[in-house]
Design a protein around this ligand. Structure first.
Ligand code: FAD
Length: 406
């Protein structure tokens, strides 16, 4: 039994354990993970780890020895399948049971897959865990043509890496533009043009109809238009489903994620939830219920829970930020553009350095900054202050954003 039991060994779970020990928590801490590896960073899986530029050791959140040194018990290869909130116990798939004083649920989400009825094709991959990516990388030498399904961040990052390897790449996006869920149209159009210039066959409004199967492999992706794009690898990047069933089954409030309050408490006694699986009211979305999928959110919510457990209750109010690397384009996002009613493009996309500023009722609520780190840093100020600079001012790159802060 553990005083604190953390379920999930990703960014959120690891950070919660780390912050508890940093805060001199002396009770017992158990960290259960369905994965076989000590906590590691997920973003490199579609970036430099996938590109073979960074070894696994370099993406570990802490060195392998850290956990034992900090007296944090790692229980790897254990999937929690049930929670008994009355008895304060969890059960794992292999029938083991662990008691807890307080439970921190940090399970993230499982990648959505595409079913091919009657088949389990070996060359269809998702990118979420190391166990997804290593087999993908191992089959690259036999791969020439890659079909990426989904034009979100992960699909586009994977497409960029595949181009670096010289593969023929097609990106198949069902919507009218890439990154439609998270970015404004100017950003989408810029990235579409960039991928096209890099040799990617970009297919927008392209709905999948079926897969062509030969043996145990997908050898073509057929679109509703009737066209078949030949391929010898498929990468599916169509989002995740939060892992919350064991909590919802015992009455936790939620749906697409488990609902938490400002201290990341679920509706179950002594059960917190953090990271990709936590549905929370975000101040930067006017208090709307959101589930953020970012390292920032995972780490900051972990810190809130650790502080609350340490007796210094904190509320989750951190400003959201995110990044994405594709080719030589370093995108940094600050704030949440959700609900924007206006946009200003600052700088010139052709210079490979520009920002999209999102406004709502005249106030700056978010920025997407492409190779413009100063805008990213200074834009934060504008958002925090609810500043409302004129469009002309925002457009003028000779004036720094910080000069527009009040
Ligand atoms: P996860 O990191 O998913 O960790 C969840 C852990 O829980 C996993 O170890 C899982 O095995 C385990 N688990 C799940 N269910 C159970 C169970 N029932 N029992 C036990 N263990 C369980 N964010 C950014 O900010 N910037 C980026 O550039 C970026 N790039 C990304 C690229 C990729 C390829 C991916 C997949 C994600 C990326 N993200 C990025 C998102 C970011 O990685 C996630 O938001 C973050 O990992 C969330 O942390 P988490 O701890 O909530 O979930």
């Amino acid at each position: 039994d553990f005083d604190i039991l953390i379920v999930g060994g990703g960014h959120a779970g690891a950070q919660a354990a780390i912050t508890l020990r940093q805060g001199k928590f002396t009770g017992s801490i158990g960290l259960i993970s369905a994965e076989s590896f000590a906590p590691y960073e997920r973003p490199p899986l579609s970036k430099d780890y996938l590109a073979g530029e960074k070894d696994f050791d370099r993406i570990l959140i802490r060195p392998e020895s850290f956990w034992a040194e900090q007296d944090i018990t790692l229980l790897l290869d254990h999937e929690v399948t049930a929670v008994d909130p009355g008895a304060h116990r969890v059960t794992t798939a292999d029938g083991k049971s662990y008691g807890y004083g307080q439970l921190i649920w940090a399970t993230g989400g499982t990648p959505r897959r595409l079913e091919v009825p009657g088949h389990d094709p070996q060359n269809m991959h998702v990118i979420r865990y190391r166990s997804d990516v290593d087999p993908l990388m191992a089959s690259l030498p036999q791969t020439n043509r890659v079909a990426v399904i989904g034009g979100g961040y992960i699909g586009l990052e994977a497409a960029a890496v595949m181009r670096k390897f010289g593969k023929e790449v097609a990106v198949i996006e069902a919507m009218e533009r890439v990154m439609a869920r998270v970015a404004g149209e100017p950003l989408s159009r810029y990235y579409e043009a960039e991928h096209t210039a890099q040799g990617v066959d970009m297919r927008l409004n392209a709905k999948l109809s079926s897969f062509k199967i030969t043996g145990q492999k997908v050898t073509g992706v057929t679109l509703e238009s009737g066209e078949t794009l030949p391929c010898d690898m498929v990468i599916v990047g169509i989002g995740i489903d939060p892992v919350v069933a064991p909590l919802l089954e015992v009455g936790a409030t939620g749906g697409n994620g488990v609902r938490v309050d400002a201290h990341c408490r679920t509706s179950l006694p002594d059960v917190f939830a953090i990271g990709d699986c936590a549905l929370h009211q975000n101040k930067f979305a006017d208090g709307a219920w959101v589930r953020l999928e970012s390292v920032q959110n995972a780490n900051d919510q972990a810190r809130v829970v650790a502080k609350t457990i340490l007796g210094k209750p904190a509320s989750y109010e951190a400003i959201p930020w995110f990044w994405s690397d594709q080719y030589d384009l370093h995108l940094q996002t600050i704030g949440l553009s959700l609900g924007h009613d206006d946009m200003v493009v600052r700088g010139h996309p052709k210079d490979r350095s520009f920002s999209v500023v999102y406004l709502k009722k005249g106030r700056v609520i978010a920025l997407d900054c492409v190779n413009r780190p100063a805008d990213y840093a200074q834009g934060r100020l504008l958002i925090m202050q609810g500043a409302s600079p004129a469009h002309d001012q925002l457009r003028n790159i000779n004036v720094e954003l910080k000069e527009m802060a009040g």
